[in-house]
Structure formats: C-alpha cells, structure tokens
Design a protein around this ligand. Structure first.
Ligand code: XLS
Ligand code: MG
Length: 345
C-alpha cells in the first residue's frame, strides 16, 4: 500500500493567460505560493530552474547557488521539499528553434549551459531529479532540420548532463506536440529508448503526464505501467485532457474518470510512492481562465481530493471477482463491476 506525497509547481498557479488573451488574475510571488501549497496539504514543490532563480541568465554560478539556497530555506520553513528542477528551454530567445536541438551551435551551447545551472540549483534545493520537458526539441517545419542528426544531438546533450551531474537522475517528460508540432521524444517509449543509448541508462527515466499521453492517443495508465515494468517511473504529472486538443491541464479525473481510476490503480498496485520524496504525485493542473482570484488553488485541492476518492475505490476493487471474470473471460461482467464501483456511493 503506497504512501502518496503530493507536489505541484509555481506555474500551476497562474494569472489565466492563454494563447488568445492576457490573464485576469494577479501573479502571486513564489513565497506566497509555497506557503499556500503547504496550507492546502501538498508535501513538496516542483521547480523550473528560473522558478527558483528568476534572473539566472545574468547571474554568476555562485550567486545562482546562493539564491537557490535561500529558496530552500523558504521550503524548510513550511516543511516542504523540492521534488525536481526542470530546465526551462522554451522562454529564452536562444530556444526559439529548440534547445539541445537548436539549429545554431551558440543556442545549443546555451541549452547545455542552462541544464548545467539547473543541476547547480537542484543541488542547492536538495533534489537529485532533473526533469526535461523537451518542449521545443522537434520541428515546426518538417524540412527545417536533419532529424537523425538532431536526435543524436539530443542523446549527446543527455550525456553531457549525466556527466556534469554524476549523482543526478534525468526524468524525461514526453509530450508529442505543442509548442512544436513534431516532437523528437513524444512518448514514453521514445524517452526510454533515448535514455538507453546514453552513457548511463540507469540514470534516465520518465515522468508520465496524463494529458501528454492522451495527446499521443495513448492511455496514461498504460504508459505508467510500461515505465513501472522497467523501473523507470520516477515521476507522474496527473491532470486531464479532453481528447487531442491543445494542452488543457485540467484537474485530475474531471474528463476521463475511469482512466484516472486506472492511473491511481496502477500506481497503488505497484507501490509507487514507497521510495519517499523520490516518487511523488505531481499535480500538473491549471485553473480555468474564469476562476476567481480568491479561489485560485481550487484545481489543486480538487485534484488531490479526486485522487484520494479514487484511491478509496481502488482499495475496494475486488481482485477475487476480477480473477473469476478473467477465468470465464467474462469481461462484460468485469467492466460493469468497474462502472458500478465508480458510480455507486
Ligand atoms: C507542459 C509541461 C510542463 C512541465 C514542466 O506541457 O507539462 O508544465 O511539466 O516543465
Ligand atoms: Mg507536466
């Protein structure tokens, strides 16, 4: 039986900005978010490198480390831990055309520099997890890059990161599209295959995000199972998504309840969470644009609550009954049992 630790990132509380309009809620300082995260019952915080050290591009290595150490103090004060640091390679002009796979060498060098600084920040925050959502590693123009060469460059970048941080673990967070339309590591399988060809395959795993699997046309619970089978599920980003649309980051379970049930089920069955702060339940959710400012943590509160409610259902799951159904191949019966389990009080 797993003990689940819940985490979220500062970006999960935002002003409501989307591609078509500005936000209408205030932008709260990180100090306040950290305090509120603790109040609503989260256990840890996830960071982009520049969530922790906003001006890192213009700071010396030592100043970056010192700044991150102060953030660690904020966490300690609230009794929270840092789950991971994610290198943000999609904001800076150097990353317009990709990070590790940018066309220009100077931009690829910038990406590696950022990844190394992320490791410095992770050390100061007390985490060994570097998360890579490879946002712009891919192409907008199919003929714009030599894809074979780029995929090898991606592997070489992983090697540089593994070498700079010999104690660090890399979690690739696969996503098939957006902000680019063709990603180089779009699925769990791509991410793990890339990791297998690095200098230290044992230190490359995945973080599976529900919405990203759905965007790939895959079942998130199945993706989690695949990674669990190979001992590579080192993080999850739970949320929800209404089909193959733009990335929605909806509250966990609000669109695909049965799928969400199966995500909780596969995590629980495989004792995900038993490795302490290392295995967290990340809630990568965003509030709707319409959400009032005075209740803008509601999506996180709801997502955790839905997870816990589904966990109760998971614990009631009758494995004997399942076995009977499997024996007689009566999957109609099993399916109805699951529906009743979910729909009855
Ligand atoms: C975006 C990603 C992002 C990562 C962190 O689609 O989910 O939020 O989780 O870099
Ligand atoms: Mg995510």
């Amino acid at each position: 039986m797993s003990t689940f630790r819940f985490t979220a990132g500062p970006w999960n509380i935002h002003d409501g900005t989307d591609s078509f309009g500005p936000g209408h809620r205030p932008n709260y300082p990180i100090e306040e978010k950290i305090k509120r995260f603790a109040e609503i019952g989260l256990d840890g915080v996830q960071f982009h490198d520049d969530d922790a050290v906003p001006d890192m591009n213009h700071m010396t290595q030592q100043a970056t480390i010192d700044y991150a150490k102060d953030v660690k103090k904020l966490l300690d004060k609230e009794g929270l831990f840092a789950e991971f640091v994610a290198t943000r390679l999609w904001f800076d002009p150097h990353t317009d055309d990709g990070g590790f796979t940018a066309s220009k060498k100077e931009n690829r060098d910038y990406a590696i520099w950022r990844a190394k600084r992320s490791i410095d920040i992770a050390r100061a925050l007390g985490t060994k997890k570097i998360q890579l959502w490879l946002a712009r590693e891919g192409t907008l123009c199919a003929e714009g890059k030599n894809h074979v060469e780029k995929i090898l460059q991606l592997r070489d970048a992983l090697n540089e990161i593994l070498t700079y941080g010999p104690e660090m673990l890399i979690l690739i967070e696969p996503k098939p599209n957006e902000p680019i339309d063709r990603s180089y590591a779009g699925t769990c399988g791509h991410a793990l295959a890339l990791g297998a060809y690095t200098v230290d395959p044992n230190r490359v795993g995945v973080c599976i995000e529900s919405a990203h699997s759905i965007l790939s046309g895959l079942d998130p619970a199945n993706d989690m199972a695949f990674a669990l089978a190979l001992n590579k599920l080192w993080g999850v980003h739970l949320n929800d998504q209404n089909g193959a649309r733009y990335d929605q980051d909806k509250s966990f379970g609000v669109e695909n309840l049965r799928q969400a049930f199966n995500e909780v089920k596969v995590l629980n069955e495989n004792n995900y969470g038993d490795r302490g702060n290392f295995e967290c339940v990340g809630l990568d959710v965003k509030a709707m644009r319409t959400q009032p400012a005075d209740d803008c943590y509601r999506h996180l509160i709801n997502s955790k609550k839905i997870f816990m409610m589904l966990l109760e259902k998971v614990k009631k799951f009758d494995y004997k009954f399942q076995e009977e159904c499997v024996k007689t191949q009566n999957f109609e019966k099993l399916e109805m049992y699951v529906m009743e389990l979910l729909m009855k009080g």
